[in-house]
Design a protein around this ligand. Sequence first.
Ligand SMILES: Nc1ncnc2c1ncn2[C@@H]1O[C@H](COP(=O)(O)OP(=O)(O)O)[C@@H](O)[C@H]1O
Ligand SMILES: [Mg+2]
Length: 372
Amino acid sequence: MHPGLAEPATKEEWRRYLTATPPPAPDMPSPTEYHDMSSVARAQFNRARKAHHSAGVLVRTPDIERLHYELHRRLDVNRYQPAGARRGKVIDGPPTTGKSTLVKLFAADYENELRETEPERFVTDEGQEFVRDYVPVVYISIQAQTTPKDLSIAIADFLMQPYRKSATKSEITTLVLRAMRIVGTELVIIDDAHFLDVSLKEGKVANDHLKYLANYTAATFVYTGHDLEEGGLFLEGSAKSRATQTAGRNDLHRVTPFSIGTPAQAKEWVGVIASMEAALLLYQHQPGSLTRHHGRYLHERTGGSIASLSSLIRESAIEAVNSGAEAITREVMDRVTVDKSAAEHFEKATKLRTRKRNPPPARPGRAVEAPA
Ligand SMILES: Nc1ncnc2c1ncn2[C@@H]1O[C@H](COP(=O)(O)OP(=O)(O)O)[C@@H](O)[C@H]1O
Ligand SMILES: [Mg+2]
């Protein structure tokens, strides 16, 4: 799968996402062969290496494995449950913690497994009165200030269901509910649900709408977003303490940036770095040097965000090719910039460390004598 693709907005784009493959890793010629290459051959080879580095690797972190397992179990429980609302999942966490990646990876695994084990369901019956095109997964990435009607429209667009321009919210909603029933939708992912308009007036409407959708389909709903709990989406009106049925019938999972406070946490962090390091195609890189020597530095640079880590390592790999360093060293990483919030985190962490190493003099006013 190619992690760099734009979010799929229709079932056809989703199917392309399912089958897209990242640029393959080119074979590494020996250092002598590399040295003796013509400049054109070397440029081609380096372009292929950089494409591979640019795509990076998707790491199946322990958190991802845990949540995938639970999502799978929830879908199994829900599949043949009699009519009525099914329990869904809410995945809540700050931006860049890998939520979209996690849910898309799950949905892709889920559909690919169905395609492999039940291929007959994916055959379209052209001879029938209408063509039934099995769509087990609906993935909706919400944009800023989406109203309930926009959400129904996004589902209709995903299913490529035409609707009249003048259609009302309830007409389009009825249409998509019917369509999801016909095409056998089992999983609906609402990504970035915090963008649903939950201003006081719309808030209750958005909640009721989500409830309505979930009530009248056989699908399991999975929502991602940040501050969903506090944002009022799953709460009634302005009284934030009163949980709605939506809150009641979905379990909440929190995702957070990586910590390295305990040995177990540090081990998970280092494991992620190791997976990324293993994909490097560089001539001078000491295997394992990032995990052995730079785990803490990488945590300070990225604040434990997997997005910042991926970006820092991928860009450093490209810098290592371009500069001829052929290794990701501390110097190479220092030359690469990261996003603003990670950079701020680094600044704070370094200041804190400098202060710890050089504590201010115990009694102010008395200069510490410099050693002779
Ligand atoms: N498991 C992962 N392995 C490697 N890179 C990841 C992983 N999860 C996220 N990333 C990187 O972080 C970026 C942002 O992740 P994303 O899932 O969009 O975060 P969120 O939805 O929480 O904001 C991705 O485009 C990818 O480059
Ligand atoms: Mg996201």
